[in-house]
Design a binder for this molecule. Structure first.
Ligand SMILES: NC(=O)c1ccc[n+]([C@@H]2O[C@H](COP(=O)([O-])OP(=O)(O)OC[C@H]3O[C@@H](n4cnc5c(N)ncnc54)[C@H](OP(=O)(O)O)[C@@H]3O)[C@@H](O)[C@H]2O)c1
Length: 287
């Protein structure tokens, strides 16, 4: 990589930020496209997030990604929040306008849908209720994505009812019924479902396992796990064994980066096997 006087700047703000795969992801696309650009890890402490965001247009940055713990706090700092990010309640992508204004967007919903339709192109949102395990930040983006895709019933299963209630309150529309279930009710929630998504951290390396009896889930229903370490979670292995179409979480991570890259560097990019392999190599996880 060579840096010139015209190199376009972007990066990711987080605290910590060293765990992020985004510099590798965007570095891959910069190499592939040959664009004169750079994508930097930007370690920004929570108390500095406002100053750091305000500095972006001053320093000539095109924008950046945001990760833990800045996704929610940035909502009150930026000049504009796109409606989808407002509904989700989190910003993961900042785009600096030509007038120096700071816009907050959320690309996790896009990443989820692109990954799902990539893996299961014939899945129909109208096929039946979607069951979402979890009500955290990722679940909010996924529910917004499914509402916009035309799913008419969403069943949220979460440990903390208040969090699920807040999600349902913020993301319900007149067209979509969102119901809330406890983990004791998960078997009933899976009945006649057309999609199952794990959006909790259960099953992730270092977290408690996700133990689920899938026998009530119709075999045609795709099973998505957005956890990507390990890539093949126990949930996906069990679903695969029962013949469900399965979708791992790495594709969502890769696809969510595309809109930011296109906004900052001005070129469309794709998620390919070569890209997946490059990211997997940095994670040292089984394919
Ligand atoms: N593939 C991708 O691109 C992508 C994108 C974003 C996130 N993720 C992954 O998705 C997962 C969730 O991320 P997030 O940002 O939504 O996190 P979050 O906001 O902290 O939410 C965590 C969710 O997991 C539930 N949970 C955690 N521990 C639990 C336990 N022991 N028993 C039952 N439920 C438990 C929480 O339930 P409570 O509400 O009861 O606490 C909550 O619903 C993480 O593993 C993250 O790495 C993947």
């Amino acid at each position: 990589m060579r840096i010139t006087g015209a190199t376009r700047l972007a990066g990711i703000m987080g605290w910590p930020v060293t765990h992020s795969r985004s510099p590798v992801l965007h570095g891959f696309w910069l190499d592939e496209t040959g664009i004169d650009g750079v994508y930097l890890p930007l370690p920004v402490q929570p108390r500095h997030i406002e100053q750091a965001l305000r500095a972006l247009p001053i320093l000539g940055f095109r924008g950046c990604n945001l990760t833990i713990p800045h996704k929610r706090t940035a909502l009150s700092v930026v000049d504009r929040v796109e409606p989808l990010a407002r509904r989700i309640g989190a910003i993961n992508t900042i785009v600096i306008g030509s007038d120096g204004s700071i816009e907050g967007r959320n690309t996790d919903a896009f990443g989820f849908c692109e990954n799902l339709f990539d893996a299961v192109p014939d899945w129909q949102p109208s096929v039946g209720p979607a069951v979402i395990l979890g009500a955290g930040g990722a679940a909010r983006a996924i529910v917004a994505a499914l509402v916009d895709a035309g799913v008419v019933e969403i069943r949220i299963v979460n440990r903390t009812p208040a969090r699920a209630e807040s999600l349902a309150h913020d993301l319900s529309t007149p067209e979509v019924r969102i119901s809330i279930h406890s983990w004791e009710e998960v078997g009933a929630a899976l009945r006649y479902a057309g999609l199952l998504v794990n959006a909790t951290s259960l099953g992730m390396a270092g977290e408690p396992p996700l133990m689920l009896d899938l026998s009530g889930l119709p075999p045609s229903a795709p099973v998505v796990d957005i956890v990507y370490v390990p890539l093949e979670t126990d949930l996906l292995a069990a679903a695969r064994g029962r013949g469900h179409p399965v979708v791992d979480g790495l594709g969502m991570l890769l696809h969510q980066g595309r809109p930011g890259f296109e906004a900052w560097f001005g070129a469309p990019v794709q998620v390919t096997h070569k890209l997946r392999d490059a990211i997997l190599a940095t994670m040292a996880i089984a394919r």
